[in-house]
Design a binder for this molecule. Structure first.
Ligand code: HEM
Length: 158
């Protein structure tokens, strides 16, 4: 099923046009998207590097995981909402962008992995087995790096 008509509808919608015709809304949204990315990246990396025993070795994983969990949720909500608005303004460009397709294919996997695999491990009292900790950290870093890199790559799509 060709989704192009749906993407054309998104871009022509009042929300798409609102962001598209404004001289300042897109850059402001993209800046907030980037701010959200730095918060998301920071919250994820602190715990992933702890899981890899690279930093904060004296801190229990669960203490860091619980302290940062609300910020993880806030960062994800900020990224999804600003990303959606950016998308609406240039949906047809995104339709033709392999980078956008890679991002939209990886993002649900990254979210599912984070909330169904990683968070249960980092929120548990019992410290995770060293190999499970390393696998979870490596998976998290790899998935979110792919989402972020493909997000940056969209901007280079013509
Ligand atoms: C939590 C997940 C997300 C991450 C980590 C992420 C990451 C990024 C990054 C790094 C950029 C490049 C920003 C720049 O260099 O200025 C970007 C841009 C963008 N993202 Fe996201 N993003 C996320 C969610 C979303 C969602 C859910 C959508 C759409 C439904 C989306 C749509 C876009 C669009 C349209 C751009 C602008 C591309 C351009 O410059 O034309 N993002 N994203």
């Amino acid at each position: 099923m060709d989704l192009l008509p749906l993407f054309e509808w998104c871009e022509a919608s009042w929300l798409g046009q609102l962001v598209r015709v404004s001289t300042w809304l897109f850059p402001v949204l993209e800046s907030v998207h980037l701010l959200g990315l730095s918060l998301l990246g920071g919250v994820l990396l602190v715990v992933d590097l702890r899981l890899l025993n690279v930093m904060l070795r004296d801190q229990p994983v669960a203490t860091l995981g619980r302290g940062l969990h609300p910020w993880l949720n806030r960062a994800v909500a900020l990224m999804l909402s600003t990303g959606f608005l950016l998308f609406m303004s240039e949906a047809v460009k995104c339709y033709h962008s392999p980078a956008f397709r890679l991002k939209m294919a990886t993002l649900p996997v990254a979210l599912a992995f984070t909330y169904l695999v990683r968070q249960p491990v980092v929120l548990r009292d019992a410290p995770p087995h060293v190999w499970r900790a390393r696998a979870v950290a490596a998976g998290s870093i790899l998935l979110w790096l792919t989402v972020a890199a493909s997000g940056r790559w969209i901007g280079f799509s013509s």
